[in-house]
Design a protein around this ligand. Structure first.
Ligand SMILES: [Zn+2]
Length: 296
């Protein structure tokens, strides 16, 4: 489901590549299940619903898409593991529902290159046919990736190999559509990135600021609202957990000072919200929520 928002005069849309099921321990790391279970109820296999959100920004520098979801280049085994139906065009379907075509996207920004963020940037030229060539999904877009991220993705280690797949970016390189960037980027008037290492070595969050309003798309710098309230809650996926904590502390202070609208990329319940003072520190007051499980 797509949500349309305005930040000052900038129109943007939270769109989604659907939901997957992931082991709760992945997102809550060292936190015991007894503590995180009240936040999100797992199923009988300890899996929790995980949203795959992207941000689409109608900027003065054209249409900017932040992240591309899992995409469709997965086999039956992977779909089953993710608890997803092998449907095609989830994200692109939402784009079309807003009146845009993949050809209309001018910039694709990767917060990082994990499979659930970069997978949708390329597709099989014949849908459903793994033998067909892999081609860019957004053929007219400049795709931006951080240099350190691309290096880490290109030379993965035992721990990161399961989420970095060259077919998600090599076809972009072959088509000369991938721009390698270093550090914080200004993408358009009032649209810029902030590198916040932790989840990966150079992951970036995205700010929109206009007319005294601001929005922060946190990506995996803080993928669930509860992780911003409790700084020590860091996903097991994060390769530099202590840096994640410091990054969240910094972003939280900025968001509080600016009363920013926060968009959570993976939270199965809280799509967006704002920080307010709570008894034991800042808490996220949800503005857009979704139900975690259909039977709720
Ligand atoms: Zn992710």
């Amino acid at each position: 489901m797509a949500y349309t928002l305005t930040v000052g005069s900038v129109r943007c849309h939270i769109i989604s590549d659907g939901r997957q099921l992931s082991d709760g321990g992945g997102f809550f790391g060292l936190v015991p299940r007894t503590l995180w279970e009240p936040v999100i109820r797992p199923d009988e296999r300890n899996r929790i619903p995980v949203a795959l959100r992207s941000l689409l920004i109608e900027s003065d520098a054209g249409l900017i898409l932040v992240d591309t979801g899992q995409g469709d280049k997965l086999g039956e085994k992977e779909w089953r593991r993710l608890g997803m139906a092998p449907r095609s065009e989830r994200l692109v379907g939402e784009l079309r529902s807003l009146g845009f075509q993949p050809e209309d996207v001018d910039t694709v920004l990767f917060t990082h290159l994990h499979m659930d963020h970069a997978g949708g940037a390329t597709r099989w030229s014949t849908p459903g046919d793994p033998a067909s060539p892999v081609v860019p999904t957004f053929p007219n877009a400049r795709h931006l990736a951080q240099r350190i991220e691309l290096a880490d993705a290109s030379f993965p280690n035992e721990r990161t190999r399961g989420t970095y797949f060259p077919q998600n970016w090599q076809p972009l390189q072959a088509a000369a559509l991938l721009d390698v960037v270093d550090g914080d980027q200004r993408l358009a008037t009032g649209v810029y990135t902030e590198t916040v290492p932790g989840h990966t070595g150079s992951i970036q969050a995205v700010w929109i600021e206009d007319g005294g309003e601001s929005l922060l798309f946190l990506g995996d710098t803080c993928s669930w609202a509860a992780h911003l309230e409790r700084l020590a809650w860091v996903p097991a996926f994060d390769i530099y957990p202590m840096q994640s904590i410091e990054g969240k502390r910094r972003l939280r202070a900025q968001a509080l000072a600016r009363n920013s609208l926060l968009v959570f990329q993976h939270d199965g319940q809280v799509v967006s919200g704002r920080l307010v003072d709570g008894e034991r520190g800042p808490v996220v007051q949800a503005e857009i929520s979704e139900v975690a499980w259909e039977d709720e």
